[in-house]
Write a new protein. Structure first.
Length: 173
């Protein structure tokens, strides 16, 4: 099992500290610009990819290839949660050292001013909805994000296999 810690803000200290303590990945919320994405990569990865401090924890003792392996095995995850990030997605995706660009549909929908759809009870969102984003045919911004990811050679993770065929028909990854 891979241990991933979600830090509460994009700051160098908390990011590298959780990695030094043994987390195998870090997840950073509300990354809206290229500079913010670069800050995540810098704090998460060792030279030559990032600027993480070169002192290792016990994982590095006696390992001649520790820094290379740590850069390969550490997951740097950013959350795309705001319309500002969608507007800057081309630049954000150019940052090397970020491994996963996760589009968080709930917060992004809120940023777009969309109300969450109601679940079966009528008062709360359903368990598998996208909290107001709707399918790409109803949400041009959603489709734009997916095409931008594809243009940069980034893969989109699908957690609903039944939707893969419709996305492929739309020319999406």
């Amino acid at each position: 099992m891979t241990s991933i810690v979600r830090v509460n803000e994009n700051r160098y200290g908390p990011i590298y500290r959780v990695l030094d303590l043994g987390a195998q990945g870090v997840c950073v919320p509300h990354v809206d610009t290229r500079d913010q994405a670069q800050a995540v990569a810098d704090a998460s990865k060792f030279f030559p990819v990032g600027k993480r401090g070169m002192t290792t924890s016990r994982q590095g003792y006696g390992a001649s290839d520790f820094y290379e392996r740590a850069n390969d095995e550490c997951l740097a995850i950013i959350l795309i949660e705001d319309i500002v990030a969608v507007n800057n997605l081309d630049e954000i995706l150019q940052v090397e050292g970020v491994d996963i660009f996760y589009v968080a549909p709930g917060d992004l929908g809120q940023s777009l001013g969309l109300d969450p759809p109601r679940g079966a009870g009528g008062d709360r969102p359903g368990p598998r909805d996208h909290r107001g984003l709707g399918p790409p045919r109803r949400n041009p911004g959603h489709l734009r994000q997916r095409r931008t990811l594809r243009r940069h050679g980034r893969r989109l993770r699908h957690d609903q296999p039944q939707r893969l065929d419709s996305r492929r028909r739309q020319g999406l990854p």
